[in-house]
Design a protein around this ligand. Structure first.
Ligand code: SF4
Length: 353
């Protein structure tokens, strides 16, 4: 891999402070969007958003919001695997500058962290929020006001982190916020562990899907994500549906994402995440220009210390081989920060001791 001086300077800027750059220069290969309105605006104008909210809320009475399909009545106070109540529990709502460059733009991604989780991985970096449910129980109206506040301070999107178990609250809050002037794209920032039937309710509401694809092996999914052995198959189906709904990533004239799919994949030690199998599947199943972020930031968190196989960070070689597999299988739209990191690691590796 040949590295020019120009590449080196660009990579330094991306890794050092991506949010200071104009995203246009980093995403030259992406399609440009035309006059833009959020998907939910059309649905509301057609009088269909209220029906979707109603349809979603009905699921709370026999909760089947995710593949765990607990069947509990959350309206009556019962709690299922995720331990989430009927109202949304929220840990924080603020601009986030560490997300993918097309989400961050100049003013940040308006990130709302929901407490509790339907997957509960043992290496979760947000475990106090996802496992222990740290956060404040609020009403849908409060969630709507948070969305409006994030728009007011200039955020480019509403980035809903771990939304699956609170999807009905999100839809209701979106409708309330729309009436108060919300016009930002919704980013559905999910573990990927989603049911097709539920995703169909979101069709025409969500503009940007950002699923993880954590593993390709059922045994690892079962071991490290609380028994979710169906994660690989369920998530593959979910990603195909998300791609059908929103397609490849579109950006506006500033380079800020308005619609489309972003897939995240965290490289894990000892090839636990099945990266080569995953990039091959993506290249064979989705457009090769699908935006994919291959991430190097695995840290040992929470209970991962008890599992020797994942009780260390990844090596430079493990990240480089992941990027090489993506290139070998022809993926053409890799996140610029991961491309820059690959170049840095390549320089680091090629230096004499
Ligand atoms: S959202 Fe929670 S209660 Fe509902 S099915 Fe999933 S884990 Fe169970």
């Amino acid at each position: 891999m040949e590295i020019t001086r120009r590449d080196f300077i660009k990579d330094s800027l991306i890794l050092g402070g991506s949010f200071l750059l104009s995203p246009v220069s980093l995403n030259a290969g992406q399609k440009k969007a035309e006059a833009w309105h959020p998907a939910y605006e059309k649905l509301e104008n057609e009088g269909k958003l209220a029906q979707r909210v109603e349809q979603a809320y009905a699921i709370f009475e026999d909760c089947q919001l995710c593949p765990r399909r607990c069947g509990v009545n959350r309206k009556k106070g019962e709690r299922g695997f995720c331990r989430a109540p009927y109202s949304p529990v929220i840990f924080s709502a603020q601009p986030h500058f560490g997300e993918e460059v097309p989400l961050v733009g100049k003013n940040g991604s308006g990130t709302i962290f929901f407490s509790n989780c339907n997957l509960r991985c043992i290496f979760c970096q947000n475990w106090p929020i996802s496992h222990e449910g740290k956060g404040k129980e609020l009403q849908d109206e409060d969630l709507a006001d948070m969305m409006i506040h994030l728009q007011k301070i200039g955020c480019h999107n509403i980035n809903l982190v771990t939304p699956t178990h609170v999807m009905p609250n999100i839809l209701n809050a979106t409708r309330i916020a729309f009436k108060k002037g919300l016009r930002l794209p919704l980013v559905y920032n999910t573990s990927g562990y989603e049911r097709l039937e539920i995703l169909k309710i979101l069709d025409g509401i969500v503009d940007i899907y950002m699923p993880d694809m954590k593993y390709m092996d059922a045994d690892y999914a079962e071991k490290y994500s609380s028994g979710a052995s169906d994660y690989p198959e369920v998530t593959k189906r979910a990603i195909i549906e998300m791609n059908r709904q929103v397609g490849e990533l579109l950006v506006d004239k500033r380079g800020v994402a308005t619609r489309g799919l972003i897939i995240r994949h965290l490289v894990m030690p000892n090839r636990v995440a099945g990266t080569e199998k995953l990039v091959r599947w993506m290249a064979e199943t989705l457009p090769k220009s699908t935006y994919v972020n291959i991430m190097a930031q695995y840290h040992v968190n929470y209970k991962a210390f008890d599992y020797p196989e994942i009780a260390r960070g990844i090596t430079v070689q493990e990240f480089l081989e992941a990027m090489e597999w993506a290139e070998k299988h022809g993926l053409t739209n890799l996140d610029p920060k991961s491309v820059a990191l690959r170049r840095f690691y390549s320089i680091f590796k090629s230096r004499p001791d």
